[in-house]
Write a protein that binds this ligand. Structure first.
Ligand code: DGJ
Length: 729
């Protein structure tokens, strides 16, 4: 049983295979957070661990009189922290009542469990009948405002989901000013916060900083989760590393503006809050309305970061990813973007398809520039009809011609944006976000459509259906190439403009739901100027996402390596591109470009017609090898062995392990004359089993893991090597 409700001492305990999470109703009805960490063998009320001075503080605040005025004291560990009644730390919830007063004092009301993992109306969420749900309801001490705390539990993967529903049972409207999804308090504070930061072409670098007095934050205010900080993080003890120490992983299932804030208070207690960014957020709740927050996925590991990754990877693959491509092998594709940019026609694409098909590629994806009159990025977003003059034929004819080469056909859209130079904009200038009296800010010469409006979504939906119903399309790349500015919706009254960011995301999810349900056989890949919206919200609708516009394999060591802390390889769009690389100018061996792309979806992003026959043979070999190792790579446990940031090593190395097989990848990130071999300690093997390496030798698993394996790659810059490790006894 994953959830135990103890009526006597009023504790609610959630257990997974390796972790325990507990809360307790105290004598004044306040829901305290008492524990999250390593699994507890027995059943125990963990409130004993609340520090003495905190408990002694309580009488000072007239807490135990039981007749009402309990001050939450800013040091008590709270399961839900609210603004307004004594908790001065980062809080998760704030609400303006109909009389204008601000704040809440939630007191325990009831508790219940449900079979299966809960869903969230209109929002993406983990799913699964094997899960369980705990719902704890709190009620404001004065007003009929109810807060239902939802906990979804996946025992096997150690993942707990948390979200809340705020219900207005008063007879007047109230306004949410802040509705974060998670508060997590600790009676301890020596933590580091690891976040994944970056920018365009350099997403999800790893940053580790101590949580000191004050707070450490990661956030987005751009209406999308963005390139700058990913909506995920790890909070860990100071000495924690890949396989040692207590660590907590968090990933927000949301694609809009967010806030992660980790802080330490004067009593040396740490707190982390995660949720929708309260900046530019408010939401009115009419009587009987319910506001659902998105959910935060969290997992605990007492043995470092690898386990955090394994837990998330499994849960994301099994309980978030949906549709046939959750399990079916994804086609190896060639995307024409870096091969041609805007300069193509049907003959060129068919010629690429022919060459690619002969090498084992299975799909051609036509990127930006096929619609309206688009030959550069100044025009035509919003006009989703084929540019037949440019192509030289209709889209359905092009799809047929591609299909005749034995390939599937996929296509690029940027449905959420609009060019000023488009028929759609000329007909409906009000569809784009614009503030009254101001010229809207252009990014990449384009504006953002107001997806909070149904009329706008319907227009785009109809246009997409028109394309999808008339051509044989097997894949969609759903791009979004700018952040949101000029936030103003002409459909909302002035006192509700704070709702737009969230309504935009709700609108986007509604559109994604409609389109993915109508076309269940299409493979969707999310993209946002590369990896600008690489979050679990998008993942619910689209099984894969373009990791970065930077396809340089050496930069990708950091980008994919950072991404791997939270997200599985099966989500990472990764392609082999031309050398020198278009963004970095770096020259790298084709073998290395292939090896790095294996640990993603593997595809091509170049003009295959320009490749030599030797290069084409190498691509043929790679596709064969990738297909051979597909299951192992996509579903194996992923271990980071030598970090790309390790200045003491010339290499970066990682491996995947699945049952009796493993694949070890080694990439030389820096060349040096007469470099000595390095030794890498493998992970995840069976201690007493024997293995062969690339078909040779007999190595004890224990030895490979404790003594290690000497590694090297061929002479030359950026060379790489793949070691196939197979259990033989
Ligand atoms: C940004 C994407 O990340 C690229 O792959 C490409 O699709 C361009 N947009 C096209 O405009």
């Amino acid at each position: 049983m994953a959830i135990v409700i103890n009526e006597q001492n009023k504790t609610f305990t959630v257990s997974t295979k390796n972790s325990t999470y507990q809360m307790k109703v105290n004598c004044a009805g306040v829901l305290l957070h008492t524990y999250y960490g390593k699994k507890l063998g027995g059943e125990m009320d963990m409130s004993y661990s609340i520090k003495r001075d905190m408990v002694e503080d309580i009488p000072k605040y007239e807490a135990i009189k039981g007749d009402g005025q309990y001050s939450l004291v800013e040091v008590l560990p709270q399961e839900l922290s609210c603004f307004g009644c004594g908790d001065y730390r980062d809080t998760a919830l704030n609400l303006r009542h109909s009389d204008g007063s601000l704040g809440l004092q939630p007191i325990f009301h009831s508790v219940r469990t449900e079979k299966g993992k809960y869903n969230i109306p209109s929002l993406p969420a983990f799913y699964g009948d094997e899960g369980e749900t705990l719902i704890v309801t709190l009620k404001d001490r004065v007003y009929d405002i109810f807060v239902h705390l939802y906990y979804g539990v996946f025992e096997e993967t150690d993942v707990i989901l948390r979200s809340m529903r705020i219900e207005n049972k008063t007879d007047k409207p109230v306004t949410l000013e802040k509705a974060l999804s998670l508060t997590l308090d600790f009676n301890y504070s020596e933590f580091d916060l690891i976040t994944f930061y970056g920018r365009w072409a350099s997403e999800r670098d790893v940053q580790r900083v101590p949580v000191e007095h004050g707070s450490v934050q990661g956030f987005s205010t751009r209406g999308a989760s963005g390139h700058i900080i990913n909506p995920s993080c790890i909070l860990c003890e100071r000495e924690a590393n890949e396989e040692y120490g207590n660590a907590y992983g968090f990933a927000f299932v949301y694609s809009g503006s967010f806030l992660i804030s980790a802080s330490k208070n004067y009593n040396n207690n740490a707190r982390i809050v995660i949720g929708i960014n309260p900046e530019n957020f408010s939401f009115e709740l009419s009587p009987n309305d319910i506001f659902c927050t998105p959910e935060v996925a969290m997992t605990f590991s007492s043995c470092g970061f690898s386990k955090i990754s394994h837990n998330f990877h499994k849960a994301i693959r099994n309980n978030l990813c949906r549709g046939q491509y959750k399990t079916a092998r994804r086609p190896v594709l060639i995307n024409n973007w870096e091969g041609t940019y805007f300069d193509f026609n049907a003959d060129k694409l068919v010629s690429m398809a022919k060459d690619a098909s002969e090498l084992g590629v299975e799909m051609l994806v036509l990127d930006d520039g096929w619609f309206g009159k688009r030959n550069d990025d100044h025009t035509s977003l919003g006009d989703w009809y084929a540019n037949e003059n440019k192509l030289g034929c209709s889209l359905s004819e092009l799809a047929e011609r591609i299909n005749e080469t034995g390939m599937k056909f996929g296509i690029w859209f940027e449905p959420e944006c609009i060019s000023e130079d488009s028929d759609l904009y000329r007909a409906h200038p009000d569809y784009a976000f614009k503030m009254p009296g101001r010229k809207p800010t252009l990014y990449r010469q384009q504006l953002v459509l107001d997806m909070s409006r149904k009329e706008v979504r319907d227009n785009i939906f109809m246009q997409l259906c028109n394309i999808l119903d008339n051509a044989n399309i097997s894949y969609i790349k759903w791009d979004f190439n700018r952040s949101i500015t000029d936030l103003y919706s002409c459909e909302l009254p002035k006192d509700k403009q704070g709702e737009i960011f969230h309504r935009y995301i709700l609108g986007l999810y509604e559109l994604l739901d409609r389109i993915t349900s109508k076309y269940p056989n299409i493979l969707f890949e999310s993209c946002s100027s590369g990896g600008g919206r690489f979050d679990l919200g998008m993942h619910y609708y689209m099984p894969q996402a373009w990791v970065s516009d930077n396809t340089d394999p050496i930069d990708r060591l950091r980008i994919q390596g950072g991404t791997s802390f939270i997200y599985p390889v099966s989500r990472m769009g990764a392609h082999v591109s031309a050398s020198p690389n278009h963004i970095t100018g770096r020259i790298t061996p084709l073998e290395t470009r292939g090896l790095v792309a294996y640990f993603g979806t593997y595809g091509l992003e170049l003009d295959i017609n320009k490749m030599s026959s030797v290069e084409k043979e190498e691509i043929r070999r790679q596709i064969k090898e990738f297909k051979r190792f597909y299951e192992l790579i996509q579903y194996g446990d992923y271990y980071r062995l030598i970090s790309p940031y390790n200045a003491n090593s010339l290499y970066c190395s990682w491996m995947v392990v699945k049952e009796s097989e493993a694949l070890l990848a080694v990439v030389k990130k820096q060349n040096r004359a007469k470099a000595a071999d390095e030794v890498v300690r493998l992970k995840g093997l069976k201690h007493n089993a024997y293995y062969s390496i690339n078909g040779e030798g007999k190595y004890l698993g224990e030895a490979l893991m404790s003594l290690g394996l000497p590694i090297w790659t061929d002479n030359g810059d950026y060379t790489s090597k793949l070691y196939y490790i197979k259990q033989i006894i």
